[in-house]
Write a protein that binds this ligand. Structure first.
Ligand SMILES: Nc1nc2c(ncn2[C@@H]2O[C@H](COP(=O)(O)OP(=O)(O)OP(=O)(O)O)[C@@H](O)[C@H]2O)c(=O)[nH]1
Ligand SMILES: [Mg+2]
Length: 286
């Protein structure tokens, strides 16, 4: 799944797998890594690869994010480009340039059709896209209300290679737990903190060694660029950080199906988002 930021790629992967695999927010560039979601049905298994939004990168972090998405193209059996039903924009051209030359079948998913005031607004967009002559399928959907998602699964099924399942038949995701928890904390930062702070924050998680803990314990470090950002993130009387921690903990509990302890701490590491070495140490490197 590829597309410009914010078109609903991660929401789609979550909805189709039925589990929260990938974090989402109203802000662009929420996803930073390649995330795998597994859809298991009686007659097929679909491994969906969520990717970051392709964009014009500014700075080392956004360059790494953008490259992660571009490098995914061509590595799957089918490429699904996602656009917003409100129209094909210039940023979609950047995605198009990256996907058009790939050898794989290319699908176009037109998402957020629920936002159109009149359904017939879709017809000119479908026509315009089909004139590009490259899409094997053009499928309007709404991840929000579920419109046509089964139709999408039915169509994509016809393009899947025959073979035995490559992934677990039980779970919807194959990820590292510390990474998933760090992502759930980062999601709350994207949802609860304004301005540039989400873009200059990273989260790492480790499991403290405690004897005979009654509940699983996780510790999250939130890395920011400056003391000023730390003050905003922590908030008056620590309220904002507490809120981030509580909401993230609830998400972790629903992921694991058990009560957990999640502690959070904000740390300053100046210049991390523009330094490739530091980026790598925070999980954004090859
Ligand atoms: N109205 C409407 N909103 C949607 C739909 N699908 C996703 N959204 C919203 O669009 C926003 C972006 O969704 P994401 O899933 O985070 O988008 P993304 O493409 O993964 O974004 P990046 O990770 O930044 O590239 C969120 O606020 C979603 O709730 C839809 O079908 N209809
Ligand atoms: Mg995303």
């Amino acid at each position: 799944m590829v597309g410009k930021p914010n078109v609903g790629k991660s929401s789609l992967v979550n909805r189709l797998t039925g589990v929260k695999v990938s974090i989402t927010s109203r802000r662009p560039q929420t996803t930073r890594n390649r995330i795998l979601g597994i859809v298991n049905r009686s007659d097929f298994q679909l491994a969906l690869v969520d990717t970051p939004g392709i964009h014009r990168p500014r700075g080392a972090l956004s360059q790494w994010i953008d490259r992660t998405a571009r490098d995914s193209i061509g590595s799957a059996d089918i490429t699904v480009m996602v656009i917003d039903a409100r129209g094909w924009r210039q940023e979609d051209d950047w995605v198009w340039k990256a996907v058009e030359p790939s050898a794989q079948p290319l699908f176009l998913l037109i998402n957020k059709v629920d936002l159109l005031d009149r359904p017939n607004r879709l017809l000119p967009l479908i026509k315009e896209c089909s004139e590009r002559g490259r899409f094997a399928q053009i499928i309007p959907v709404s991840v929000r209300n579920g419109h046509n998602l089964e139709g999408f699964l039915r169509l994509i099924q016809g393009y899947l290679p025959v073979g035995s399942p490559g992934f677990s038949l039980e779970r919807g995701a194959e990820t590292n737990l510390d990474f998933s928890i760090a992502e759930l904390v980062r999601e709350q930062i994207f949802r609860l903190v304004g301005a540039e702070i989400p873009y200059q924050s990273a989260v790492t998680v480790h499991t403290p060694l405690t004897e005979e803990a009654t509940k699983p314990e996780f510790h999250a470090d939130i890395w920011v660029e400056s003391a000023g950002q730390k003050a905003i993130l922590v908030g008056a009387g620590g309220q904002r950080l507490k809120n981030i921690g509580t909401r993230a903990r609830k998400q972790v509990e629903s992921l694991l199906g058990t009560r957990v302890v999640l502690t959070t701490r904000v740390k300053v590491r100046q210049g991390w988002s523009s330094d490739p070495l530091q980026l790598r140490s925070l999980g954004y490197g090859d």
